[in-house]
Design a protein around this ligand. Structure first.
Ligand code: NAD
Length: 491
């Protein structure tokens, strides 16, 4: 392990030790003064310094050209310099998590402040880097072939409002590790924090290794700028993180697209489960950042035999039970269910907390409540819609098999994430095969499947729509082969 790695790990350990453990990777409480974050404006982000752009662009072609020039420079540098660039992004995410998290929260106004900071620490810590790159070698009678994982060049990336800077940071580290440069078209609702973070990253990288614009960002992103990016001849690959609209647009662009699309993760609780643990894990996963994560538990199917025990366990923790009528009233308020077309959550309620949601229907929910839950049918809008707010439906299933059938229907074939609480291996096998999801988590919170408390690494882009799964540096590479015939073998 080299010095910068050791230092990074030491800082993270110190930080984590000082925190109350909760949520994904340990909660990061905001420090005094973090609310004094500078106001974000496009002008502030754009202010030039010494002719450098630090990744700030209003014109797609200029952004692509600058990122292309930066990528060419990167390819002349060592892997060690790539690592330095990525470590600088990590350091900024970890060291400035409170301040940047506050900024993201102030701008997007969704989710939970403490989790905005936490997500940046996770991006800095859990994103894989150059160590994940590898070469493959074939050696035999006919010589030697080396297969390497090479960069695409310039990647056009789209990020969601639900985690604007964490996705930007995570994608940047993985893409640069693989030798690419990237142009982001962020969600307009999180554009200022994305542009500000990109500016910090570029400044640090430029000061250390003298390359500017490895990460470019459209400071005034629109659907038009996304479309231009998708069709730009200088963009070699698309990397999309967002809902069904943008995934469909990217897949129709004519370019190769890695699409981290929508999810609607069901959780099944069978009669064999550790019910206390199931309730605790579901609250932890579903209430994290007010349910904004694409992999978070979105609907619960419980075997009838343990239904009462399960709801009692939820009530005994930080969840508050609504009646069926109250769930209907909340659905009328927060969910849009057109007679024809796609049912979805109303924007103004996305990322809202349990207390605020309760107040919306005149229910006085105790402070400290993290999640609302209540009974619905399996066909209810609460089950069909990816709600992304701190309320979750609970459906009573007559047995495990019926619960899995309901769960499969609720997941809409996104093949994103599903969760099971059970002690029975047969049930785990059956549900895992039936659901066929990119992530299948047993007996833990959903985030455990993405490096948050389970084994393995994590990413803010889980490419369920196009099959790559949790994105790593290798996701952003293409395979190149170098063959020497009948020679260069040492055995
Ligand atoms: P969104 O789909 O509204 O926006 C995502 C991005 O796509 C934004 O930058 C938006 O400006 C852009 N966009 C939307 N329609 C477009 C179009 N037709 N052409 C070009 N660009 C377009 O989603 P959101 O509210 O920002 O994020 C939440 C959604 O993203 C949820 O569905 C969630 O499941 C999904 N998501 C998935 C992952 C994953 O890893 N699979 C991660 C985070 C979020």
């Amino acid at each position: 392990m080299n010095d910068s790695n050791e230092q990074l790990i030491r800082d993270v350990v110190e930080r984590v030790l000082g925190q109350v453990k909760s949520g994904w990777g340990g909660r990061v409480p905001p420090q005094a003064g973090s609310s004094a974050a500078p106001p974000l404006t496009t002008q502030a982000a754009l202010a030039p310094r010494g002719g450098n752009r630090f990744g700030q662009f209003t014109d797609v072609s200029e952004a692509v050209a600058a990122a292309g020039a930066a990528q060419k420079q990167l390819m002349k540098r060592s892997l060690a310099q790539r690592k330095i660039a990525c470590d600088l992004i990590r350091r900024i995410c970890i060291d400035q998590a409170d301040r940047l998290g506050q900024m993201e929260f102030d701008e997007t106004k969704i989710g939970r402040l403490e989790h905005k900071s936490d997500k940046l620490v996770v991006a800095g810590r859990a994103t894989l880097g150059i160590e994940f790159l590898r070469s493959e070698v074939f050696s035999g009678d006919h010589g030697l072939t080396v297969q390497e994982f090479a960069p695409f060049g310039v990647i056009g990336a789209v990020t969601p409002v639900t985690h604007s800077l964490p996705t930007t940071a995570n994608n940047s580290i993985a893409m640069i590790s693989a030798g690419n440069a990237v142009v982001f078209n962020p969600h307009p609702g999180g554009k200022n924090i994305a542009a500000y973070g990109v500016k910090l990253f570029n400044q640090a990288i430029y000061e250390k290794i003298g390359i500017d614009n490895l990460i470019a960002v459209m400071v005034e992103p629109t659907l038009e700028s996304a479309k231009e990016l998708f069709g730009h001849p200088g963009v070699n690959l698309l990397a999309i993180t967002g809902g069904p609209g943008v995934v469909s647009a990217a897949l129709h662009s004519g370019k190769r697209a890695i699409c981290a699309g929508p999810g609607n993760p069901p959780v099944v609780v069978d009669a064999s489960a550790d019910i206390e643990n199931a309730a605790r894990c579901i609250i932890e996963g579903a209430a994290y950042d007010n349910n904004l994560l694409c992999l978070a538990e979105k609907e619960i199917f419980v075997e009838a035999a343990v239904y009462e025990k399960f709801t009692a366990a939820m009530r005994s923790l930080t969840a508050f039970e609504l009646s069926a009528q109250q769930m209907n009233a909340l659905a009328d308020k927060c969910l849009e269910v057109p007679a024809k077309g796609h049912a979805h959550a109303r924007r103004e309620w996305v990322g809202k907390g349990a207390v605020e949601l309760g107040a919306a229907i005149g229910v006085n929910v105790p402070r400290g409540t993290e999640l609302l839950f209540g009974p619905t049918s399996a066909e209810h809008p609460w089950v069909r819609v990816e709600q992304m707010m701190s309320a979750i439906p609970v459906v009573k299933a007559q047995d495990f098999e019926q619960a899995v059938v309901m769960a499969k229907q609720a997941e809409h074939g996104f093949k994103h994430t599903s969760i099971l609480h059970s002690r029975l291996v047969d049930h785990m096998t059956h549900m895992g095969k039936e659901m066929d999801t990119a992530l299948f988590i047993k007996n833990g919170p959903s985030v455990a499947g993405n490096g948050g408390g389970g084994e393995g690494y994590g990413s803010y882009s889980i490419a369920c729509s196009t099959g790559e799964g949790i994105c790593t540096p290798l996701t952003y590479t293409r395979t190149r082969r170098c063959t020497m015939v009948d020679n260069l073998r040492i055995i």
